[in-house]
Design a protein around this ligand. Structure first.
Ligand SMILES: Cc1ncc(COP(=O)(O)O)c(C=O)c1O
Length: 313
């Protein structure tokens, strides 16, 4: 889906015009991938709009920057306020929000320390991410996820997404919606931009952080919802073949939300339809984010915007 321009972008504390949010080709990030970023959704509510788990996303941005020794001159609270400001200034909701911090124009060479840190926050309309109306047909990728002592997967760094690009391109070239990567030891890891959940015999399984996954905020939300629904949740290393014999499987992510998997490597997951546990979690998740169920965990930050209809796929 092409980027839909809005009016303003937040840059280092000020709102600037969308078209002026440009960087020099010699910026460090262009050559060495030195960025950390977030993806957040703002949902339509019955009375306005709300940003989903804003503080947690901004905390993860701050954590990602810390891992890469990138000093961020803003606190979680300041960054969260900036997100609300840019959404309200643009008057665009529902929307996707993209905060990004990177090493800008300074020195040539791998060491980023003397290149300045720039922070931008954009928001724009964005619809469905993983194609497939009746569930996604996915594959296991021939690419592995990042080995733990190579690129830290708890940091949401731009450079990690070169690996994600390989996974996603291979999947789409071969006619699948998305790819699931194994970790370097051959255990299930995650999708190119989604965490992975499986259901077998009524138990909900997901891959632990030690299997090279991003600590997904939707993942943690779904775990919370599952526990409240009385569903047993197990985080453990999972073998690939569990994908072929599980009863249900789904992805979670800000972009993917809760997306049920119809098939993996052309093998139907269960009978291919969305199973009862996925359906229950799907209903809870969308009930809360769309404001149809009580926001009992205070996951939504209100924004003062006249909402448009959500953007379709
Ligand atoms: C690699 C990867 N894993 C998992 C996720 C899901 O994380 P979240 O639910 O915080 O969006 C994302 C999306 O940000 C991702 O890019």
């Amino acid at each position: 889906m092409p980027v839909q321009a809005t009016t303003n972008i937040w840059h280092n504390g000020n709102l600037i015009p969308w078209d002026k949010a440009q960087i020099h080709v010699m910026s460090h990030v262009v050559h060495y991938g030195s960025s950390v970023f977030e993806g957040i959704r703002c949902y339509k509510q019955p009375s306005g709009a709300g940003v989903f788990r804003l503080t947690e996303h901004m905390q993860r941005l701050v954590d990602s920057a810390k891992i890469y020794r990138m000093p961020l001159p803003y606190t979680v609270d300041q960054l969260s306020a900036a997100v609300v400001d840019v959404i309200e200034a643009n008057g665009v909701a529902p929307c996707y929000i993209r905060p990004i911090a990177f090493r800008g124009y300074g020195e040539v060479g791998v060491n980023p320390i003397k290149s300045p840190v720039e922070v931008y926050i954009a928001n724009f309309p964005w619809g469905k991410y993983v194609p497939g109306n009746d569930g996604a047909d996915v594959c296991v990728s021939s690419w592995s996820r990042l080995a733990p002592n190579t690129m830290p997967s708890l940091a949401k760094a731009g450079a990690n997404y070169m690996n994600s690009q390989l996974i996603r391109m291979e999947a789409e070239v071969n006619g699948y919606s998305e790819g699931i990567a194994l970790d370097v030891n051959g255990y299930l890891s995650e999708g190119s931009g989604e965490n992975l959940f499986l259901v077998r015999n009524g138990v909900l399984y997901t891959t632990p952080l030690a299997n090279s996954v991003l600590s997904g905020i939707t993942r943690s939300s779904v775990i919370t919802l599952a526990k409240q629904l009385g569903i047993e949740v197990v985080e453990q290393a999972l073998p690939r073949e569990l994908l072929y014999i599980c009863d249900e499987a789904f992805f979670t992510g800000t972009a993917a939300e809760v997306t049920h998997l119809r098939s993996v490597d052309r093998i139907l997951v269960g009978d291919g339809t969305m199973g009862p546990i996925t359906s229950a979690l799907h209903e809870e998740f969308f009930g809360i984010v769309n404001g149809l169920k009580a926001d009992r965990y205070n996951w939504l930050t209100p924004v003062n915007v006249k909402v448009a209809e959500p953007v379709g796929a």
